[in-house]
Design a protein around this ligand. Structure first.
Ligand code: FAD
Ligand code: FES
Ligand code: FES
Length: 476
């Protein structure tokens, strides 16, 4: 097994040693590679100044996606092609996006600009006629304090019609993809300063490492762990990435169930459920920002176990199953039984989450997902809710309700479910259910007071009723 990390940076092969494997990508770029165009501001994935593109081999090509380099470790990038802002154009010549930012006065202090350029390059690479709304969505993860967004959005829109070499023209993919595909399946194991970083090549390697190192921390997309490392000094003795384990990239329909491998990013999931679960697609659209969704995974969201994790209320009402695997075999746990307390999971020391199995609600069922946060985009929820039911013969049936942000874990709401179940969907029933929704004991924290959350719980039931009436799913 290799004792080094192999990656490409702006078209050139690089080998990182054990110490470098533990560095954040932004630190490695700036300190070890002198690529100081990448800026660091928040160090927690919130501002986008450190955005880079990461290309992963797929079918002989390289698929590039924007990520936050401040919360990615170099070891995570084994077998990828990283393009920093220095690499988005031919040396000495501005790309269309860069020229357009100059033409439209898109920068003042310029500190955020490299991040914007990289995020805009990711969008421009799609080579299509995107709208101002799509520009805003693509740049949700990039903050600018002084220029103002109008000129930046205008620059992104104008760049569409300007000639510029594509990333594939700048970096012909075949030789890089081939070299990376050769190196990646081997995995690596490095140790420095009493810490070990292991990249499993196969599931069996991963399970053995997990068994032999019960305190090892599994690093998936790193969007939770990266923040904990930068802001709370998390320094695990052993880290393991499983991103080279091909079988855990599965994203497929098996009968009526969507099977989501542990390595599947939230972006891939979002695309996959666009038509089959439109409500989940909508909620994923306000999950972090593109940079976060490109790196973060569903498995990470589940394993992090936050009561305000945005995917959980849906998974509760869908009856998703968590597949936990160890050398002893695999078992499936209903997500409704998976959380034993605050961030306490029914997961043994030698187990990994390998897949999530989601029974797809049928499109004639009513499914409603809600996220309440201080701002719409790039914000952590104060409160979340999921409602699922069938309205049949003037009655509500198979009612399932889950709330997040009101208890140490996401919870089902049995009293609300019982009032709605079998009842006629009228105002009086929903008002009774709204009253029952207040039987929770939320806490006060920075995102909202207990009283505010109680009001949200009550009002979300009323909102559901009004939405169903407006959509004419129910009469009244
Ligand atoms: C700027 C920003 C915005 C965010 N916005 C949102 C948001 O809108 N909504 C939201 O819900 N979250 C949000 N998050 C939190 C985070 O992005 C999600 O929780 C994400 O899904 C974590 O996935 P990951 O793959 O990055 O996990 P990681 O950080 O890699 O891991 C998270 C935890 O899960 C464990 N773990 C990971 N994979 C496995 C596995 N296969 N088996 C066992 N344990 C495992 C890890 O050991 C770790 O404890 C945000 C984070 C940031 C930095
Ligand atoms: S420095 Fe702000 S997102 Fe990385
Ligand atoms: S130009 Fe100064 S922060 Fe954007």
């Amino acid at each position: 097994m290799r004792e080094t990390v192999h990656l490409y940076l702006n078209g050139a092969p690089k080998v990182a040693n054990a110490e470098e494997a533990f560095l954040t990508l932004s630190t490695w770029l700036r300190r070890e590679q002198h690529a100081t165009g990448t800026k660091v501001v928040c160090e927690e994935g919130d501002c986008g100044a450190c955005t880079v593109l990461v290309g992963r081999p797929r079918d002989g090509r390289l698929e590039y996606q924007a990520v936050n380099s401040c919360i990615q470790l170099v070891g995570q990038l084994d077998g990828t092609h990283v393009i920093s802002v220095e690499g988005v154009s031919t040396p000495g010549q501005l790309s269309a996006v860069q020229q357009s930012m100059v033409d439209h006065h898109g920068a003042q202090c310029g500190y955020c600009t490299p991040g914007f350029i990289v995020a805009m390059t990711a969008l421009a690479e799609e080579r299509r006629d995107y709208s101002a709304k799509e520009v805003k969505e693509a740049l949700t993860g990039n903050l600018c304090r002084c220029t103002g967004y109008v000129s930046i959005i205008e620059a992104a829109l104008a760049a569409k019609t300007m000639e510029s070499p594509s990333l594939d023209e700048l970096y012909p993919p075949a030789p890089i993809a081939e070299a990376l595909s050769d190196v990646r399946p081997g995995g690596f194991s490095v140790a420095a300063n009493g810490r070990r970083f292991f990249a499993a090549a196969t599931l069996e390697d991963a399970l053995r490492f997990r068994k032999d190192n019960p305190n090892c921390v599994i690093l998936q997309g790193g969007t939770d762990l990266g923040v904990q490392a930068n802001k709370r000094g998390l320094m695990p003795e052993a880290l393991m990435t499983i991103s080279a384990v091909e079988s855990l990239h599965i994203l497929a329909m098996h009968g009526n169930e969507l099977v989501v491998g542990a390595n599947v990013s939230l972006s891939r999931l979002m695309e996959a459920v666009r038509k089959s679960i439109p409500e989940l697609h909508k909620i994923l659209g306000v999950f972090g920002a593109p940079q976060i969704r490109n790196a973060g995974t569903l498995a990470g969201n589940i394993a992090n176990g936050s009561p305000i994790a945005d995917t959980l209320p849906f998974l509760f009402v869908a009856g998703a199953k968590i597949e936990a695997t160890s050398l002893r075999g695999s078992r499936q746990i209903d997500i409704n039984d998976f959380y034993l307390g605050y961030k306490k999971l029914d997961l043994k020391g030698d187990e990994l989450i390998t897949r999530v199995i989601i029974p797809i609600p049928s499109l004639d069922e009513t499914l409603k997902l809600y996220k309440v946060s201080r701002r719409r985009d790039l914000d952590i929820s104060a409160f979340t809710a999921a409602f699922r039911m069938r309205i049949d013969g003037g009655r509500m049936k198979d009612v399932k309700v889950a709330f997040g942000g009101v208890a140490p874990t996401v919870i089902r709401m049995p009293k609300v479910e019982a009032i709605l179940e079998g009842s006629s969907p009228d105002e009086e029933t929903f008002l009774r259910a709204a009253e029952a929704a207040k039987e929770i004991a939320p806490i006060t924290d920075v995102r909202g007071s207990a009283g505010y959350r109680l009001l949200l719980a009550e009002n979300i039931v009323k909102k559901l009723y009004l939405e169903l009436r407006i959509e004419k799913s129910i009469s009244g």
